[in-house]
Design a protein around this ligand. Structure first.
Ligand code: FAD
Length: 315
């Protein structure tokens, strides 16, 4: 019996969530008195997972899995869980993992708890604390199936080092051809991704047009953060679709989310509520975002943001 954790990577590099789910898996394994196996797909340096308490790494290297495909990945993770006899399987809450997890639950015949924010409060029945109603409330969910699938909410547990001598094993699962061929359209840049960013600077329709995005990029640069946007902004073609956050876009669980010229519609908030601190800049004091914000500036983005950049640069 072991805890199995799926450690996500992109173009060979682990995402930040991979280290968080590995840390979480280690802590659950300690509660259960067992070991942690990670399944790693096409990552360049799997042994780094030992830093976070992983004892065994199933290292899959196969070009058929270069592009993320939820069905194939679920099949591969299920094979690993069966071979390891894993009773607890852990994934993150990234956009890919949210797509993957329900398919994986079917393959594993497992009960699935999504948006989990803490270690189990009870092991029998296996009970976890999760967020509900787009992070507005918490509930406790018990899973009664013999295999339990846990989707850890990003940035909820944190990354914890736990140096372990990890055994890296070459693993060659059978890979089904689903007849689906996925091409990744994410651009390779030296910028931090929305999923990995501690700070996200996001712009909405209040910025009037794509020509005004320079200040959003400058603010993100000075803070070392990623840029994001509301849905209409990407629908209008002002920004790429990969930057759209919200219910139908990417989830953001940053330490600081700065929303500029975004009204705060419920569908937008659904994707960013897991962020720890929210700062809103909006001309309209009645904008719904202010109710969800920790800090708010009622003001014109075209005046406030350049001043903010100037102050931060001088800092
Ligand atoms: P607006 O609503 O037009 O708001 C612009 C804001 O900018 C206003 O609050 C205004 O006061 C402010 N403003 C104007 N000028 C300035 C200035 N100079 N300085 C500062 N502030 C200024 N939306 C998402 O974002 N993500 C989703 O995933 C998503 N999914 C959806 C799914 C469904 C099924 C549906 C129906 C809608 C979805 N939406 C989503 C759309 C959502 O309902 C809103 O329409 C959208 O979020 C509004 O975007 P916005 O805030 O950028 O624009």
């Amino acid at each position: 019996m072991s805890v199995l954790v799926y450690t996500e990577s992109e173009q060979g590099t682990y995402k930040k969530v991979a280290f968080e789910v590995a840390s979480y898996a280690r802590a659950i394994a300690d509660q259960l008195g067992t070991s942690v196996t990670a399944i790693s797909i096409n990552a360049k340096d799997p042994s780094i997972l030992g830093t976070y308490g992983v004892t065994k790494i199933l290292n899959v290297q196969d070009s058929k899995l270069d592009a993320f495909n939820a069905k194939s990945y679920a099949n591969v993770i299920n094979q690993a869980a069966a071979e390891e006899g894993s009773e607890v399987v852990i994934v993150s809450s990234s956009a890919d993992s949210k797509y993957l997890a329900p398919l994986l639950a079917i393959e594993l015949k497992a009960g699935y708890a999504s948006n989990v924010v803490a270690l189990p409060t009870n092991l029998s029945p296996f009970t976890v604390k999760r967020t509900a109603f787009t992070n507005k409330a918490f509930n406790e969910t018990s899973i009664s199936t013999s295999i339990k699938l846990v989707g850890l909410s990003n940035n909820s547990f944190g990354i914890k080092e736990h140096a372990t001598e990890a055994e890296v094993t070459h693993y060659s699962p059978s890979i089904p051809d689903n007849g689906v061929h996925v091409e990744s359209v994410d651009k390779v840049t030296d910028k931090v991704t929305i999923a990995d960013a501690d700070i996200v600077v996001s712009g909405g329709r209040g910025l009037k047009g794509p020509e005004n995005w320079g200040m959003i990029e400058d603010l993100a640069d000075v803070l070392g953060g990623a840029t994001a946007c509301s849905k209409p902004v990407s629908d209008l073609g002002w920004r790429p679709h990969g930057e759209h956050v919200g219910q139908t876009g990417k989830p953001v669980a940053a330490n600081l989310y700065i929303a500029i010229g975004i009204s705060g519609a419920i569908q937008h908030l659904a994707g960013i509520n897991a962020s720890k601190v929210k700062l809103v800049i909006n001309t309209d004091p009645e904008a719904p975002f202010f109710k969800a914000a920790d800090y708010g500036v009622v003001g014109d983005a075209f005046e406030v943001v350049p001043q903010l950049i100037e102050k931060l640069k001088a800092f």
